[in-house]
Design a protein around this ligand. Structure first.
Ligand code: CDP
Ligand code: CDP
Length: 228
């Protein structure tokens, strides 16, 4: 192998992928790639330019004239599309509710997977998403599938929304939104969300963030050794 190791983290919305992956990247001295943010950025651009997400040709054209800029350093969160900083804007309710539709378009996936693989050419990276272990980096040295019940994931989202302008959303509504996105992500034809055969599943309902990171760091050291 002529690259450094790759770690793949997949799982449904709210399982803890972003939180855990960023901190594990710092602990293991790896680059960090948030692939969901890329799907969100293209969704944001389609909404901003009034490009109908149902029109695959229009979306393909939109993509061909767009470029992403981002930082792989886990300490700095930054994502730009066509020069515009969308780090915060891509977390909006509107983007969240349309992103799974965008992510089901083959041309969108092809464009982003190519970009993601470029980031992994030299390895030394931990990437999170839905299809990292199954499709983007099938030869990753360590694959983790993070899960939690819909109830627990919704409870976590609600906690995050506390003190924001969306704090009045009900737990029932969040459960419905999350279940719908799980369903769309798991049943689409291209690279659906699923656990890779060789992934280690971590059920996090009763684990703290620190406990999940400890498991991942432990597995990494076991498989790859203290030096990477
Ligand atoms: O943070 P959260 O789990 O809510 O979502 P995310 O990781 O930001 O991903 C947003 C959406 O992008 C997902 O619901 C998927 O539809 C899509 N996605 C994907 O299809 N493949 C990936 N590798 C990452 C995200
Ligand atoms: O990226 P993904 O959608 O999978 O999850 P996230 O955006 O990292 O959100 C997970 C939320 O649950 C964060 O607020 C975490 O602090 C919290 N949490 C967790 O990630 N893992 C646990 N074991 C417990 C709580």
């Amino acid at each position: 192998r002529n690259r450094r190791p790759i770690v793949a983290i997949d799982g449904p919305a709210g399982a803890g992928k972003s939180t855990v992956t960023r901190l594990a990247a710092t602990a293991l001295n790896l680059f960090y790639l948030d692939t969901g943010a890329m799907y969100r950025a293209l969704t944001w651009l389609a909404l901003k330019t009034d490009t109908p997400i149902s029109d695959e040709c229009a979306i393909a054209e939109l993509i061909s004239s767009s470029y992403l800029e981002y930082n792989l350093d886990p300490a700095s969160k930054m994502l730009k599309i066509n020069g515009e900083d969308v780090t915060e804007a891509i977390r909006s309710l509107e983007v969240t509710s349309r992103v799974s539709e965008m992510a089901a378009i083959p041309a969108v996936r092809q464009f982003l997977v190519e970009e993601q693989r470029r980031c992994g050419t030299k390895g030394g990276i931990i990437a999170e998403g839905r299809d990292i272990g199954t499709n983007v980096f099938p030869d990753a040295e360590l694959k983790i599938f993070l899960t939690a019940s819909v109830q627990e994931r919704s409870r976590r989202r609600l906690l995050e929304l506390k003190d924001t302008d969306r704090a009045n959303i009900s737990l029932a509504q969040l459960e419905q939104d999350i279940a719908l996105r799980d369903e769309k992500d798991s049943t689409r034809e291209v690279a659906p969300l699923r656990k890779a055969a060789d992934a280690v599943e971590i059920q996090t309902d009763n684990l703290t963030v620190a406990e999940v990171i400890d498991r991942i760091v432990g597995l990494y050291k076991e498989r790859i050794g203290p030096k990477s």
